[in-house]
Design a protein around this ligand. Sequence first.
Ligand SMILES: Cc1cc2nc3c(=O)[nH]c(=O)nc-3n(C[C@H](O)[C@H](O)[C@H](O)COP(=O)(O)OP(=O)(O)OC[C@H]3O[C@@H](n4cnc5c(N)ncnc54)[C@H](O)[C@@H]3O)c2cc1C
Length: 375
Amino acid sequence: MEITQSNSVDIAIIGGGVAGCTAAIALSNSYNVALIDKLSEPVERVGECLAPAARRIFKQLGLLDEFEKKINEIHQRNNGMQSYWGSKNVQIVDPLRNPDGFGWQLNRKEFESFLRKKAVERSPNCFWSYQLFQCKFENEHWVLTFASTNEISKKKVIRAKFVIDASGRQSHFAKKIGVERQSVDKLISIWATLTNEEISTLSTISASQSGWWYTAPLPNKKRIMAFQTDSDLIEHAQLKTKEAFINLALCNEQMKTILEKSKNSIQFNGIVAANSTQLKQVTGQQWAALGDAAISFDPLSSQGMFNAMANALQLTDLLTEHQIIFQPNSEKTNQFQREYSEQVNQIWKHYLHHKRIFYSQELRWSNSEFWKRRR
Ligand SMILES: Cc1cc2nc3c(=O)[nH]c(=O)nc-3n(C[C@H](O)[C@H](O)[C@H](O)COP(=O)(O)OP(=O)(O)OC[C@H]3O[C@@H](n4cnc5c(N)ncnc54)[C@H](O)[C@@H]3O)c2cc1C
């Protein structure tokens, strides 16, 4: 027997990652919000360096004190980055001159759990283990059907005046209503975790012939190691096994030094998409896309989570300023859509500009396809 539960809300947010939770926390002061995620709880994932400017967002959300209490207990300070980029010589960037102070090396799973908990405290309508299944627009509302990821026969229907797609790079809602996504490149990340045996607390970036390596200490005496390259430039066998990953890492001087001490502890986690992508339209009829669902960045920028949080606050401000949830009219809606699209577009252009500058600083492998594509 099929069991269907229904809810009616002002705003439905699809995706309870960093973007969706931040939006839910900010919007629930003024609106009746539903937050829905397909996962029962956050999972371990790559992407742990949170930019110092996120401090301002925590403050605005009223979460700074609580988050900072967790720094030593769960997360750790980011003490800066050393890079082997453009030359064999190391360059060090530390956070001492950053007006926002230091950033963080997060325990990503715990961080997402923290945001989920804060969203639950502020909104009674948080539903985990529900995946978007169908969406239709009728009588000036979106009617969203979610399928339970635990029980096949269980469904949830949410009627909402406005939908926020915060479902990450897949942008499930936007895709379902026919909005296309464009990719600038084919970057992927192959990643592993290992025991941290290093004394240095700096993160490391090291360019190589067909991509670049990243490694950084994580909380709990762990370390992340990841290789970024284009999906069509690497042998598929090299993507699939721990042994192949280790062999690739041993070709890079800095990774080799680290692996010599901790090779046996390596846990290979596989491949994830890391390309720069943009939704061709980030807002439309009573909906908007947020975070990675709107634009996704190359991990070189280390800005994805910060952008997701900042983007959530920008969207909250615009929705409140234009009052398009409670008193909609076409003039206000058009104005909202124009301003939101413009804001996202500005971030995207700025990001592409800086991405080009960073990649064009590496000139050592003039015949390498990976680097040629980026100059
Ligand atoms: C290799 C790599 C390294 C990175 N390193 C960093 C870093 O160091 N620092 C940094 O700031 N950023 C980093 N990022 C980027 C960062 O991880 C993302 O920008 C961030 O996760 C975006 O958050 P989001 O909430 O928009 O999307 P996501 O984190 O992808 O969250 C989307 C949520 O939607 C849910 N969902 C998806 N589909 C559905 C559906 N159909 N129904 C219901 N729920 C759904 C998912 O379960 C998920 O919880 C990195 C990314 C990569 C790929």
